[in-house]
Design a protein around this ligand. Structure first.
Ligand code: ARG
Length: 291
């Protein structure tokens, strides 16, 4: 029998039921985190950082993933590489295929071989060093069948075709124009295969048009939420972990049936990163890999 209530209620008051899919992540403890150089506008070497607090805040995120049923692998931090905590930048992993980052700034260059070695030790069958500058999942976001790829500040536009070839997926190139949002993952987050949220002001006009066309129902973030890195978020299809300061965005997510979870990563924000930057997703085809 049909319940007349369910057929007459406007869809806006009944958000879809969201289901979480267990994920596999790679993280790097911020044991050597500090800000002693400046490669993005958020970093100020004159401002003190508290490494112990960074570790505590990071531990909370690490525990939260596990409480939500996700598996988290760890890569050993390397002394002298303070930004290595931003594991999202180390590589892009899809169907067990790994494209290792090639960093734009010399300060981070040595992270690439560390990530490459980790993937090789774990037995990933295909670990490609990249020919073109790309900062891993900082600029490559997997959204269903496509890869949304950022350029403008870090990743070389020529790297996009390389990623499409090596990962075997179509790539949509997007140009970032606001230096505060220098990586795609600071301006856009994938919530589900074909749902995203983003801050339009971070993108060039043609990229904005493209996003509006591909994702007409996207959540559009306000500048105040983007500025606290609200878009540097991780979704498992249901739970969305994002900086706790992004209050308006959390409300919008809840309206859509997601479960926003605010996280305090104020120390890592001083390096220009938050939740997503600290998290690299390991997308496996071969389920025997890495647990
Ligand atoms: N200090 C780092 C840099 O500027 C922060 C990286 C943040 N990572 C990210 N996925 N957006 O490279």
């Amino acid at each position: 029998m049909r319940d007349p209530m369910t057929t007459t209620l406007p869809t806006a008051v009944r958000p879809p039921v969201r289901t979480a899919r267990p994920r596999h992540y790679l993280m790097c403890r911020p044991s050597y985190f500090t800000v002693d150089y400046r490669i993005n506008p958020w970093m100020d070497p004159a401002k003190p950082t508290d490494t112990a607090l960074a570790v505590l805040q990071w531990e909370r995120l690490y525990a939260l993933y596990q409480e939500l049923g996700h598996t988290v692998e760890l890569i050993e931090p390397v002394p002298g590489l303070p930004d290595m905590v931003y594991a999202a930048n180390g590589a892009t992993v899809l169907d067990d295929r790994v494209v290792v980052a090639r960093f734009r700034h010399p300060e981070r260059a040595a992270e690439a071989p560390a990530y490459q070695a980790w993937f090789e030790q774990q037995g990933y069958p295909v670990v490609h060093p990249a020919a073109f500058t790309n900062e891993g999942e900082g600029d490559y976001l997997v959204a269903g069948r496509r890869i949304l790829a950022g350029t403008g500040f870090r990743t070389d536009p020529a790297a996009h075709a390389e990623a499409a070839r090596l990962l075997g997926r179509p790539v949509v190139s997007l140009t970032l124009v606001d230096p505060r949002f220098y990586h795609l993952d600071t301006a856009l987050a994938v919530l589900d295969d074909d749902e995203i949220m983003y801050y339009p002001g971070a993108f060039a006009p043609e990229s904005r048009r493209l996003l509006a066309e591909l994702y007409p129902d996207a959540i559009l973030a306000e500048e105040s939420d983007a500025e606290v890195f609200g878009l540097n978020a991780i979704s498992d299809g249901r739970h969305v972990l994002l900086p706790e300061a992004a209050g308006r965005l959390a409300e919008r997510l809840a309206e859509r049936g997601f479960e926003p979870i605010g996280v305090d990563l104020s120390e890592l924000f001083k390096g220009g990163g938050s939740v997503k930057c600290c998290t690299l997703e390991l997308r496996h085809r071969d389920l025997t890999l890495g647990g």
